[in-house]
Design a binder for this molecule. Structure first.
Ligand code: SAH
Length: 366
């Protein structure tokens, strides 16, 4: 296996350079390229060509390589299929928005949570990602944005040319971040210190692992927390999210509001709107009937939170359907009437299988 230079400490990189019989300053030059996300050595134009070729044979820059890149038809969303050193594959998504450039990173290869509506968990958990493997995902996105700058496509929704760096991070890709809490925290610390991304521009989304939420509370950084709730009663939630058999809704929300309350942050509640196929193939609402809207309101009344309503994105292997637009609005209207902050999440990258829950290998492998 090739040596991954990004994983080396400064001292180890200096040693590597020395072993190749090179002057010391080469280590510094290489490190600068690594920190900018250089995908290989060919782009390191301040190194002699022969050396670049030698390095390409001997080593690899990042702990992951772009295997495939898909761009949405509007040019605003780019999804990367990334190959890890041991052959596992993960995905990350770059979203160019009017408020900045947001990257959705994966925290695990695969997922063990088994949520009934999600594609990421279909093949089970492979393994946790390392800090470097999570961090390298934002470097891949950063490198892509740099390439944008050399093209003339007006890529922002407001028509501006893209001139930005990665400004926002959401840990909402494949995997359950709070099953890999230590590395996720290490990653966030690093994104903050090395890339200057503010705590408040970073969001971790969890299906509700209570001890993990408590760890975040102890850690104490004012990041955003999102809870994938998806049902307001334990009976219904346990049907669609097995983790609810372990941590009940009240426990999860208590821990989550304790965390978000620490720094007066708004808790994000994610709520997919699910229907099932009923008689005559008509969609039958599952978790988004008016009764459930009332129950959800009771649960959240008076709390500092925002409910993101997410119409379900189709996953072939799953038996749900999306509710009609009318049903979605009726559900939202009840929340609003009850004084609950809510919005309907705009999905990005639907056409390239990168909207929520669609992250999986199939699209990118065939
Ligand atoms: N494991 C974490 C983060 C990954 S999931 C968590 O559960 O929060 C990111 C979000 O996408 C979650 O809210 C998840 O419930 C949602 N999601 C999963 N499958 C979806 C689908 N098919 N359509 C819409 N949202 C989905």
């Amino acid at each position: 296996m090739k040596k991954i230079l990004f994983n080396l400490t400064d001292a180890e990189l200096a040693q590597f350079v020395e072993n190749m019989g090179l002057p010391r300053f080469r280590a510094k030059q290489i490190r600068e390229w690594l920190n900018r996300g250089a995908p290989d050595f060919s782009v390191m134009k301040n190194l002699p060509e022969k050396l670049r070729d030698d390095l390409n044979v001997a080593a690899q820059t990042l702990p992951l390589r772009v295997v495939k890149k898909l761009e949405s038809s509007d040019g605003q969303t780019t999804k990367f299929l990334l190959g890890l050193g041991d052959g596992e594959q993960i995905e990350c998504v770059l979203m160019r928005t009017s408020y900045g450039n947001s990257v959705c990173v994966s925290s695990q290869a695969g997922c063990a949570m088994g949520c009934k509506f999600c594609a990421s968990t279909l093949l089970g958990l492979k393994r946790n990602l390392t800090v470097n493997e999570i961090y390298a995902q934002i470097l891949v996105a950063q490198w892509e944005l740099r390439t944008d700058r050399f093209s003339d496509k007006p890529i922002r929704p407001n028509g501006d040319a893209n001139n930005g760096d990665v400004s926002h991070i959401v840990v909402m890709g494949t995997g359950e971040p709070l099953q890999n809490t230590e590395n996720v925290i290490g990653f966030i610390e690093r994104a903050n210190s090395d890339m200057g991304i503010g705590w408040r521009k970073i969001t971790v989304s969890t299906c509700g692992i209570v001890p993990g939420i408590r760890e975040l509370t102890q850690w104490g950084r004012p990041i955003n927390l999102a809870i994938s709730l998806h049902a307001p009663t334990d009976a219904l939630r346990s049907q669609i999210m097995p983790i609810n058999n372990k941590y009940k809704i009240n426990e999860v929300l208590d821990a989550a509001f304790e965390f978000s309350g620490l720094h007066n942050r708004q808790l994000m509640i994610e709520y997919i709107l699910l229907a099932v196929r009923g008689e005559n193939n008509e969609p039958e609402l599952l978790n988004c009937t008016p009764e459930y809207a009332e129950k959800l309101s009771e649960l959240l009344r008076g709390k500092n939170c925002m409910v993101n309503l997410i119409p379900w994105n189709a996953v072939d292997e799953r038996d749900f359907v999306s509710p009609s637009g009318n049903a979605v609005h009726r559900f939202q209207d009840i929340l609003i009437k009850n004084g609950i902050h809510t919005r309907i999440r705009r999905e990005r990258g639907n056409d390239i299988g990168s909207a929520c829950g669609q992250l999986r290998l199939k699209h990118t492998q065939d």
